[in-house]
Design a protein. Structure first.
Length: 308
């Protein structure tokens, strides 16, 4: 970084941490619009069912398979209607809650458990660390989607079972990543200094090591969110995921499959929502990888000042 770049950063320093992060986000236009789209999806997931659930489940057989972009029946029919005459726009908005909820719960559970086990396996030198890694190897020996299909085929396909099986299959990702990071961080000088100062085992792990590896875990969780959402949609499409009358994007795609030849919009719009959400998560994770890295963050800050 040149002296001129340093002067730009000094002269146009944003006010507060929120302003600094918004400036870095605006520096990457694709990430900015991805974050904006994800914010809209989050608002739909939070408030959509309270506002539109009655409309999304109300049948109107006179408008069954109504084509899109025809608002003679109302603005909610702008995306068309399904085989029972229910507006697709309302159903896509309401379905966002179940899709996001399952993915968020599975990622949260797997990241917490995997990170905790990885911290123990990376910092501890006892035999328990080896047993933890062998447990991760056993889980990874089964393809995650295949394991989910087998378990959900034997058990009742409920939201709890789906979250549980998806979380278990993703634990090794966080376990192995955390362990690899801890093995490197624990040899750094500040960790050795903490030991000399008499810091306890848990204080070193949670106050000195975890904050250093946390940005990496956040980036992985963002990518994993997209994978889990696709897995849930695949299970719902196969008929062993969330069951009707509940709504998810994957279930909507499955329900529209018999009508692909004469009513393509039944599967197209929920499929498009899945694609755009997954793409936005990937773009945002790429931005997070740079923004959370102190050695690379200055590039976004500099670009944000120039664009601002």
């Amino acid at each position: 970084m040149t002296m001129a770049d340093t002067q730009i950063l000094a002269e146009k320093k944003p006010s507060g941490p929120i302003g600094r992060w918004l400036t870095m986000l605006w520096a990457d236009k694709l990430a900015f619009f991805a974050a904006l789209f994800l914010l809209i999806i989050l608002l739909c997931a939070l408030f959509g069912p309270f506002l539109l659930e009655a409309i999304a489940t109300k049948q109107n057989l006179r408008g069954r398979n109504a084509p899109p972009f025809d608002i003679t029946r109302g603005t909610l029919y702008v995306l068309g209607a399904d085989a029972l005459g229910r507006p697709l726009l309302a159903r896509v908005i309401v379905a966002a809650q179940n899709t996001i909820l399952v993915a968020a719960a599975a990622v949260l559970a797997s990241s917490v458990v995997g990170t905790a086990l990885g911290l123990v396996a990376g910092y501890s030198r006892s035999s328990a660390a080896q047993w933890i890694m062998r447990l991760g190897d056993v889980i990874m020996s089964f393809p995650s989607l295949l394991l989910a299909v087998i378990v959900l085929y034997m058990l009742e396909p409920s939201v709890t079972n789906i979250v549980l099986v998806l979380a278990i299959t993703r634990i090794p990702i966080y376990l192995r990543t955390t362990r690899a990071e801890v093995l490197e961080v624990r040899e750094r000088m500040f960790v050795q200094a903490a030991k000399v100062m008499g810091a306890s085992y848990w204080r070193i792990v949670f106050h000195h090591i975890l904050p250093v590896i946390f940005p990496t875990l956040v980036t992985i969780a963002t990518l994993d969110f997209a994978f889990v959402m696709l897995a849930e949609s695949s299970l719902s499409f196969l008929g062993i995921g969330i069951q009707a009358p509940e709504i998810t994007w994957g279930l909507m795609v499955a329900q529209g499959r018999p009508y692909l030849t004469n009513a393509w919009w039944l599967s197209f719009w929920p499929g498009l929502a899945i694609i755009l959400t997954t793409l936005s998560l990937n773009l945002l994770s790429n931005w997070l990888r740079i923004a959370l890295d102190p050695t690379q963050r200055w590039r976004l800050e500099m670009r944000g000042r120039k664009n601002g």
